[in-house]
Design a protein around this ligand. Structure first.
Ligand code: UTP
Length: 502
């Protein structure tokens, strides 16, 4: 076989690569190689040289074994979280919450806290071609999820400045580490550049890319999406642990003196980014790995629940438990397994650094998806039903390895409204995101003794309160108490609030 000198390998190396894939039962990825133009051959080879085919096969086998054993094992036990690792802001006194908040703000003021955002998902259900964070949920201000989150960070930095001591003003910075993936990297970076990082300093917004894995058929064969392209997908939000190691994030955290990170998902429009209460709670408990949860709304709600699973902290998926177990209640009537996981975490830097010591034991999970593939003739087919699987790690898979695990329950209506589905689907979609933010802003004003004139239709109400003015309802009472705000009102600054509250 004569090959082009433009290829990234010579003839012997090409043969070796081919034999390697063949010996692991994946030789079909070369099926169309001979008929490709040189550009196509180069593209395919570049991808294949990055694939550790032995590891892919191992991950597949382990994922299949894991899936089978979770179905087969009827003896797995699921118990509620013990009291000593669980607190709820809904049941805690205002003094206690204030105490946690003060601890959190003090740590932030000392420059010991970072935020890590998981934004590597492809958002297939939402159906937008842009990264989810760039999505406009039709707020009156037209702010996107990324902008909302950036402004929350800026506001918390500002609040924390009051907790600095002389000479500490410069340390009051919350660096924002944003995990992206192959598909979301370039558009996310471009978006931030185009928007001047929303007022944050560019040096404090750090992008890092998570790993990818080939997509597989149900029987473990690597899928070609085109004759010259392997179907690849990000390795799940649990890819964060390998990525923080491999992409210099841990080094950067240590260089900056960061001890704690708040880690959350891009698609929760109510995410309290850098939440001082959660950070303070976690620090006060000496936590190395912690999680925020909300109360499960009903036994049949299809969410994962944080619990003690076979004696270890973990998450049980709704599909894994019987109706009887999901309906069990405590003496006070609340569900025994109620701590719904919202993928919102606290990590100490020490914990993130320790993950490699147990990483080989972490599982990969199978996510069946509609994955494009080439047919026998080499034509790309867009399937209508699941055609293969992505292999993903989950961010919560590390819970069993925590030395000091803790859980904080928060109010769902204030902290959790995920954007998952396409417009018009009626649940976890752009309309519900907008509704939940606007309703919260109205509640903030009402709790501060003011009134917003509205008819209860928050999907269309033209009212919004920027994080610049209030992050979690603070700082409003002195202006709005006893006053009324007529809509439309888009309040961007305290001056707007003073003008519009009459
Ligand atoms: P989801 O599991 O809901 O996935 O991600 P998704 O990509 O947003 O949406 P679908 O399933 O394709 O419709 C939950 C969070 O985890 C992040 C997402 O960006 C989101 O913040 N994530 C997911 C990653 O960072 N990397 C991944 O590989 C997967």
């Amino acid at each position: 076989m004569t090959i082009s000198s433009a290829l990234p390998v010579n003839e012997t190396e090409l043969l070796a690569l081919r034999e390697r894939f063949e010996s692991y039962g994946q030789g079909h990825v070369f099926k169309f190689f001979q008929e490709l133009e040189v550009e196509g051959q180069i593209a395919l080879l570049k991808q294949l040289m990055e694939v550790d085919v032995e590891r892919v096969n191992q991950i597949y086998r382990k994922a299949i074994e894991g899936a089978e054993s979770s179905v087969l094992n009827q003896d797995t036990t699921f118990e509620p979280l013990p009291e000593n690792v669980f607190e709820s802001v809904l049941e805690s006194s205002p003094q206690k919450i204030r105490e946690w908040e003060t601890i959190g703000l003090t740590q932030i003021a000392q420059g010991k806290v970072a935020v890590i955002l998981m934004a590597g998902g492809q958002g297939t259900r939402l159906g937008s071609s842009a990264p989810k964070g760039c999505y406009d949920i039709n707020l009156p201000s037209k702010k996107t999820l990324f902008q909302l989150q950036a402004e929350r960070i800026l506001r918390v930095q500002e609040i924390a400045r009051q907790y600095t001591t002389a000479g500490q003003l410069d340390t009051c910075v919350i660096p924002w580490y944003i995990m992206v993936s192959g598909p979301t990297h370039a558009p996310t970076l471009d978006y931030f550049k185009k928007n001047n990082f929303f007022g944050l300093k560019e040096e404090n917004v750090i992008f890092f890319e998570q790993g990818v894995l080939p997509c597989l058929t149900m029987d473990g064969k690597i899928i070609l999406e085109a004759k010259d392209k392997v179907a690849m997908a990000p390795d799940g939000n649990g890819g964060i642990y390998a990525a923080v190691q491999n992409k210099g994030v841990i080094d950067s955290l240590k260089k900056r003196g960061i001890l704690y990170s708040h880690c959350y998902c891009v698609d929760n429009c109510l995410a309290r980014v850098a939440d001082p209460v959660f950070i303070g709670y976690s620090v006060s408990k000496g936590t190395d790995c912690g999680v925020k949860v909300v109360s499960k709304s009903a036994p049949e709600e299809p969410v994962g629940v944080v619990c003690v699973r076979d004696g270890k902290y973990g998450v049980v998926e709704y599909s894994e438990i019987s109706q009887e177990v999901s309906e069990k209640r405590q003496e006070d009537g609340s569900l025994q397994l109620r701590a719904a996981n919202i993928a919102n975490h606290f990590f100490s830097t020490e914990f993130l650094e320790r993950v490699p010591s147990f990483a080989s034991q972490l599982e990969y999970h199978i996510a069946k998806k509609k994955i494009k593939f080439v047919d026998e003739q080499g034509e790309t087919v867009t399937p209508k039903s699941n055609s293969g699987m992505k292999l993903e790690c989950f961010v919560f898979d590390v819970f069993p390895y925590a030395h000091h695990f803790s859980v904080l329950e928060v109010d769902r209506k204030d902290e959790f409204s995920p954007l998952k589905n396409a417009p018009g689907t009626g649940a976890d979609c752009p309309e519900t995101s907008r509704r939940d933010i606007v309703a919260q802003h109205v509640r903030f004003v009402e709790a501060a003794g003011g009134k917003v004139v509205h008819d209860g239709d928050f999907e269309s109400l033209q009212f919004e309160l920027s994080s610049w003015v209030s992050y979690a309802g603070e700082g409003l009472a002195d202006v709005v108490a006893g006053k009324t705000i007529h809509t439309p009102a888009v309040i961007e600054t305290k001056a707007d609030l003073i003008r519009l509250a009459i």
